[in-house]
Design a protein. Structure first.
Ligand SMILES: [Zn+2]
Length: 282
């Protein structure tokens, strides 16, 4: 499949996932090597093609924004090639403690990948940081910041990456644009707290974990605020269900209407609610 490549600055290319699927980001350094941010083994051909199209001779680092399968399942592929995989200790811990069953479940629909990549398995990042760290390539300084409030926001690993020289902020799944988010692995109140400092963050371009990229700080701030409002509203709606004041159906309809009507991945609303009600979503 041809990747939907979007050049967001001189050296940054976002592989924008179709229909709100995961975004991957390529930061190309002056010597033609790349830092790749997030990679899903199910879309490895798309990623390899994107690296080729952007003229990246090699990948120097893979960075995981957080532990979820769609962001980390190609760790194996790159680690096998001797490429360091960098992530927060929170990401590694969540993968170690909870990643195994999730990896197997997500692989069930694609068993052929086990044949294509012998030994394919959950692979933890091997370069860890706790609160923040810097990753450098020629002409590229990346600031990695751990933002999982109290250890758990959208995920337990939530990390943002800021590319200093070209002022690009890669937000991971703390931010979804134009699509319904996945909330069922998360802690919504902590996620709200984690978003607050991002309202004030500085950048020219913003790459969310899912959905289209955003130009300009003012536009970006509106998206962070929109994300905040969505989660606050949804959390309130869940409390209404819990208190018996609203039905699941009423809340589903509420989340699909008004400002949310244009959002993609509509099926996520039902899944998010089901998980809240049953503690499971599949
Ligand atoms: Zn996620």
């Amino acid at each position: 499949m041809e990747p939907a490549l979007k050049q967001v600055s001189q050296s940054v290319y976002a592989v924008v996932g179709p229909e709100g699927a995961t975004n991957f980001t390529i930061v190309k350094s002056r010597d033609g090597s790349a830092a790749l941010i997030d990679a899903d083994i199910r879309r490895i051909d798309e990623i390899e093609k994107a690296l080729e199209l952007t003229g990246c001779a090699r990948v120097s680092y893979l960075i995981d924004t957080h532990e979820h399968f769609d962001h980390t399942s190609a760790n194996f592929y790159f680690a096998q090639r001797g490429i360091p995989v960098i992530a927060s200790a929170g990401t590694a811990g969540a993968m170690r403690d909870e990643g195994g069953p999730d990896f197997e479940r997500m692989m069930k629909p694609v068993p052929e990948l086990y044949e294509r990549f012998p030994g394919l398995c959950l692979t933890l990042p091997n370069v860890l940081f706790t609160d923040s760290t810097e990753v450098s390539l020629p002409g590229v300084t990346l600031q990695l910041t751990y933002r999982a409030e109290d250890g758990h926001s959208h995920s337990k690993g939530d990390t943002t990456i800021y590319f200093e020289e070209e002022e690009v902020l890669i937000a991971g799944d703390l931010l979804y644009t134009e699509v319904h988010p996945v909330t069922f692995f998360g802690n919504i109140p902590n996620w709200l707290t984690a978003l607050k400092p991002l309202f004030e963050s500085h950048y020219q371009t913003l790459v969310p974990g899912h959905g289209p990229t955003v130009e300009g700080e003012q536009e970006g701030r509106a998206y962070f605020q929109g994300m905040y409002n969505y989660l606050e509203d949804f959390y309130g709606q869940l409390q209404e269900i819990k208190a018996g004041r609203k039905s699941t159906e009423e809340v589903t309809q509420h989340m699909l209407r008004g400002v949310y009507a244009r959002f993609g991945k509509r099926r996520m609303v039902q899944r998010n609610i089901n998980h809240f009600l049953t503690g499971r979503w599949f």
